[in-house]
Design a protein around this ligand. Structure first.
Ligand SMILES: *Cc1c(COP(=O)(O)O)cnc(C)c1O
Length: 394
């Protein structure tokens, strides 16, 4: 089938909820993709920050195939090896986190951490202390509750009534945190706002916010769905800030392309949720967890390289001195290029035509989320395409 025929077939019966490019990908190998017409692309998107070990990584493929041959699924009424091993491994990536709940997506991971925060506060303080603070410009998912948590007005149409109990505050505004009343149980933040436009939070603000959380016994919760599992050059984005959160959520990159997410909690939340309080049918799916263990094996030696390559990309783009580029920001393999005077989607379509697959975010950001394993030769080839396209007259 061709790009065109696959587009037609999809458009007939798949609901039109995505604004898609007219391309159907049929194959991926490491940091390259091929579409149904045989055209090759350099991958600077990893899905949307998902295929962190590249496409068809042999260790990842083998882990999945071996696990599929042994056991693909059994319910959470029983124990399985990949989930148990993965939970131990994930906790060892942090100083703070001691327990894991596995979900299937980022939104679900966030739902779980929100439930945990509310129950912790209710158990300890009773009713009336269930409000969760999130930041303007944040993104936390597409369920009714995680949309309510999301601090962007454009997501708050059509689907009323949304879940109560969320208030949005401006990032950087510690006074707004100090001014909150006694109904708050938690602050929930992304270390770098991803969908909101690759906006890194200021370290001083995060540390001040953490101190306010400590003083008022608000839980400090981190949405690491996009920033987690090595994306920023540390295992989790919060680890750049010298803070001790009470919980975090992860998803996107964890299983290298299979659906897996979850949340992790520190000591004081370990027994907040008990039997019957939370569950999901596919949680800790053995194949997904085996894939995730392979992802962690592949990424373990690469963290320094992820940071260095991120700095290299940012320096290179800045050195291009392009009039259309207003700012370059981000950390590790999570980079935002602020575009002046043109919609980034137009530029992204031109990049695709030229063989580079990148992303956009917010209203004016070209977003790069390359596979974490990407090598300099692929980075250079991708940047050369970018330089050609971005230096054109639009
Ligand atoms: C993508 C994302 C989510 C939602 O994850 P899904 O797997 O799409 O439900 C939540 N939070 C952040 C920060 C994200 O980037």
């Amino acid at each position: 089938m061709t790009n065109q025929s696959l587009k037609q077939l999809s458009d007939q019966h798949i609901l039109p909820t995505y604004g898609r490019y007219p391309i159907a990908f049929t194959k991926g190998q490491n940091c390259r993709l091929w579409d149904a017409d045989g055209k090759e692309y350099i991958d600077f998107m990893s899905g949307i920050g998902v295929t962190s070990v590249g496409h068809a990584n042999p260790l990842w493929v083998k882990a999945i195939a071996d696990q599929a041959q042994n056991l693909a699924h059994v319910s959470n009424l029983f124990y399985t090896e990949p989930g148990a091993k993965l939970a131990k491994r994930l906790c060892a990536l942090t100083n703070e986190m001691k327990g894991v709940f596995f979900s299937n997506s980022g939104a679900e991971a966030n739902e779980g951490i929100i439930k945990t925060a509310r129950k912790y506060s209710r158990d300890k303080y009773g009713e009336g202390r269930a409000t969760i603070l999130t930041l303007d410009g944040s993104f936390h998912g597409r369920t009714i509750t995680t949309l309510a948590a999301t601090g962007q007005d454009r997501f708050h149409n059509h689907f009323h009534p949304f879940t109560e109990g969320f208030r949005h505050v401006a990032p950087g505004d510690t006074a707004a945190l100090e001014a909150q009343g006694n109904d708050v149980c938690a602050l929930f933040i992304e270390p770098i706002q991803g969908e909101g436009g690759v906006m890194p939070l200021d370290a001083e603000y995060v540390q001040a916010a953490a101190e306010i959380c400590r003083k008022r016994d608000w839980l400090l919760l981190i949405d690491e769905v996009q920033t987690g599992i090595g994306r920023t050059g540390k295992w989790f984005g919060y680890q750049h800030f010298n803070i001790q959160p009470d919980g975090l959520s992860f998803a996107k990159g964890i299983a290298g392309g299979l659906p897996l997410g979850g949340f992790m909690v520190a000591d004081k939340l370990l027994s907040t949720l008990g039997p019957g309080d939370h569950a999901t049918t596919y949680g800790a799916n053995p194949i997904c967890c085996a894939a995730a263990l392979a992802v962690l094996d592949v990424l373990e030696p690469l963290l320094p390289q992820i940071s260095q390559n991120g700095e290299y990309i940012q320096e290179k783009v800045k050195a291009m001195n392009l009039p259309v580029v207003a700012e370059v920001r981000g950390r590790g393999m999570m980079i935002g290029i602020k575009i002046k005077d043109h919609p980034p989607a137009t530029i992204n379509a031109k990049l695709l035509e030229a063989g580079l697959a990148a992303l956009t975010a917010g209203t004016d950001i070209l977003r790069l989320l390359p596979p974490l394993v990407i090598e300099r030769k692929d980075i250079d080839a991708g940047l050369e395409i970018m330089r050609n396209i971005l230096s054109q007259d639009f």
